[in-house]
Design a protein around this ligand. Structure first.
Ligand code: 5AD
Ligand code: FES
Length: 352
């Protein structure tokens, strides 16, 4: 047994894995990192099986009040045409998600001040009663009362990425936002009984391996139900336009180590990983990931949800993506799983 397998056993079995061991593992070169991927895949297979859960995403508004340094939707990007879908348009997209047999819809938007809480309440109620599918919200930082209202409407899950757990870096990347408020939102969502997702971006300027290791430990401590991890992709209309793209290999190691320490979190092969010089989503699925997210945003506005350049599948409908996914997972002996894919976490694992 290699020394690294011993370290992997250690971070897998410990309640409080050692940050320095995770840093050492994140540093491994390609040949040595093979042990990490094999270990992560063994756990993925044991805990999550060979099914790949499918979540349909609908990006219903690209309006955003924030100025995140990396994101193409930042409010200073005045060259981007803004949209907010109407209720019938979102319901039409939800119908397509449901008619593809998908049991989870992810409703995502920018931090849109014009998003009316009562409107979203009504939308969630209609989706639940018409289609009886799980609803995941991803609309950013809002008040406790709004989170509560949407939960009462029947929303099941919430995604709010921490992006980085390095507080100083977080606050440099997000002018006008506070790290403490982000954490407060995550705690409130948990308290309200949402299945909770978070995640990070890999390869941000000034992000150290120590800070990525801190992110991985945070995912465990928060006992997250879902963790999304993707590489940084520079966008021309942002303040980080001339920075280097995040490294795929480091992103894959982060996914694998997240699988190892969180054990049963749902981890998507993110669209960002599929939007680089090659499609690295398969590599993610072979590094511990177990979720794919076809995009059901209506064709007329899909290109406008411009988080980062060269987003894949912009010319394909959600149903085409589902067929495509079905084809590309078969050769790796996996299959699409159309069940709801609720959390596999147990309460008593929290804050161990
Ligand atoms: N590169 C990579 N990921 C990005 N996101 C936004 N902009 C970028 C970018 N330039 C991610 C953030 C956000 C999610 C919706 O998209 O993590 O939470
Ligand atoms: Fe969208 Fe392949 S996953 S076309």
């Amino acid at each position: 047994m290699s020394r690294y397998v011993g370290l992997l056993e250690e971070i897998y079995s410990q309640k409080h894995p050692d940050r320095s061991i995770i840093v050492e593992l994140l540093k491994l070169d390609r040949a040595r990192a093979e042990d990490i991927f094999l270990f992560a895949e063994r756990l993925r297979s044991a805990f999550m099986g060979e099914g790949i859960l499918v979540r349909g995403i609908v990006e219903f508004s690209n309006i955003c009040r924030n100025e995140c340094l990396y994101c193409g939707l930042n409010k200073n990007n005045t060259s981007l045409k803004r949209y907010r879908l109407s209720m019938p348009e979102v319901l039409q997209a939800a119908r397509q998600v449901a008619s593809n047999g998908i049991k989870t819809i992810v409703l995502q938007s920018g931090e849109d001040d014009g998003l009316d809480a009562a409107w979203l309440y009504e939308l969630i109620c209609r989706i639940k009663s018409d289609y009886n599918i799980a609803v995941t919200l991803c609309v950013g930082e809002r008040s406790f009362e709004e989170y509560k209202l949407w939960r009462e409407a029947g929303a099941d899950r919430y995604l709010l990425k921490i992006e980085t757990t390095d507080k100083a870096l977080y606050e440099r990347l997000h002018p006008g936002m506070s790290f403490d408020n982000r954490i407060r939102c995550l705690m409130q969502l948990k308290e309200l009984g949402y299945q909770l997702g978070s995640g990070n971006i890999i390869g941000l300027k000034d992000q150290s391996l120590e800070s990525i290791a801190g992110d991985i430990l945070f995912f465990k401590e928060m006992n997250l139900d879902m963790v999304g991890i993707g590489p940084f992709i520079p966008h021309p209309q942002t303040r980080l336009s001339s920075e280097l793209q995040g490294e795929v290999f480091l992103t894959l190691k982060t996914i694998a180590l997240t699988r190892i320490v969180t054990k049963t979190a749902h981890i998507p092969a993110t669209t960002a990983l599929g939007s680089l010089e090659a499609d690295y989503r398969i590599a993610a699925l072979k590094s511990g990931a177990n979720v794919l997210m076809p995009n059901f945003t209506p064709a007329g506005v899909k290109k406008l949800y411009d988080l980062y350049p060269h987003r894949r599948c912009l010319d394909d409908s959600g149903s085409i993506c589902v067929k495509c996914m079905d084809n590309f997972v078969k050769p790796i002996n996996r299959h699409l799983d159309f069940s709801r894919g609720d959390s596999l976490k147990k309460e008593d694992e929290a804050y161990v």
